[in-house]
Design a protein around this ligand. Structure first.
Ligand code: COA
Length: 165
């Protein structure tokens, strides 16, 4: 039985992430989506808020569970016995960082390999920071994230439902 972990900041989860989650859940017997900390980022949402949004958007995916972890990904993956780490690649610009992360994780824990899924073309431009930026100016983010996520992003940005501050 192959068990995979899809780690990320998910600040917030977007349709791009959900596309990767659904495709990975089809390939692997069990998929754990885990909120981890990227020390280079200052998140908008707390870990609990990000976990709860992920739980809601993944509630219909039976082999998917949501966790969080505040330590090294490679150690978590090894301790929990995951076979692979899943990462999405959007463009060549993602490649250098992702390759470095995958090789470092493999060096820390040789039992863990990284599998890359190419992001579907329709989401190749999308990122969590783009979503936060558009919402901050009252723009429409419903093409980028599910409604329940959009509501929470607008609430954090102090924007009402009609997109006005
Ligand atoms: N479609 C659309 N957007 C996507 C995407 C997809 N398929 N895949 C990623 N993205 C976007 C995200 O929205 C995010 O955008 P942002 O930069 O504007 O926030 C960006 O691409 C990448 O974010 P994400 O995939 O959420 O993860 P991350 O790169 O922030 O997370 C961790 C990296 C958390 C996995 C990494 O820092 C980690 O492992 N931390 C734990 C500590 C550790 O082990 N560090 C050593 C690592 S070698």
């Amino acid at each position: 039985m192959a068990r995979a972990i899809y780690p990320g900041s998910f600040d917030p989860v977007t349709y791009g992430h959900i596309d990767i989650i659904k495709r990975a859940a089809d390939i692997f017997d069990e998929l754990t989506v885990s909120v981890l900390s990227n020390s280079a980022k200052s998140p908008l949402f707390s870990v609990d808020e990000r976990v709860n949004m992920l739980k809601e958007v993944c509630s219909d995916l039976k082999n998917v569970r949501i966790t969080s972890y505040m330590g090294l990904l490679a150690e978590y993956a090894q301790d929990e016995g995951f076979d692979v780490i899943i990462r999405g690649l959007r463009a060549i610009t993602d490649f250098e960082y992702e390759l470095q992360m995958a090789q470092t994780n493999h060096k820390i824990s040789e039992s863990v390999d990284t599998v890359f899924l190419t992001t579907s073309l329709e989401y190749a431009y999308l990122s969590s920071s783009i979503v936060r930026e558009v919402a901050r100016y009252g723009g429409d983010i419903h093409n980028f994230v599910p409604d329940l996520v959009a509501e929470q992003v607008y609430a954090k940005a102090g924007i009402d439902r009609n997109g006005k501050q």
